[in-house]
Unconditional design. Structure first.
Length: 127
């Protein structure tokens, strides 16, 4: 079992769940639900990639033995999260996105991780 292969499969699970969930949401609630679910799933995929990138950078810095803390890093992070929060507010407030469907779409990331765990258990026979 290779952890890099497992991590590489998670975005594929997210895409598969996002597309199939979009179809189900479209069937149940029409185009607004399908679009909202798809937007949530796309945000989940982006969130996974950002977290993966952060963890890889953190691991590379730990291996290299870097312990410097850049001046203003916390402030830049605060500003970045402020803009992300404002952007999310504007998108949710002024568009026709259904919040419940978008939240369900955003939850495809944890579902993809659970599917990967089940896949690993079935393929490699772990107990």
């Amino acid at each position: 079992m290779n952890i890099d292969q497992a991590i590489a499969r998670v975005p594929k699970w997210i895409i598969a769940l996002g597309l199939s969930g979009t179809g189900v949401a479209g069937y149940l609630g029409g185009v607004p639900y399908a679009g909202s679910f798809l937007a949530g799933a796309a945000a989940a995929l982006l969130n996974f990639w950002l977290i993966e990138r952060f963890v890889n950078r953190l691991g590379a810095a730990a291996i290299a033995g870097e312990s410097k803390t850049g001046g203003g890093t916390s402030f830049r992070m605060f500003i970045r999260f402020l803009f992300i929060g404002l952007g999310a507010f504007v998108i949710l407030r002024f568009t026709g996105i259904t919040i419940v469907a978008a939240l369900c779409g955003f939850l495809v990331c944890p579902a993809a991780v659970v599917l990967e765990i089940v896949y690993e258990l079935l393929i490699y026979g772990h107990s």
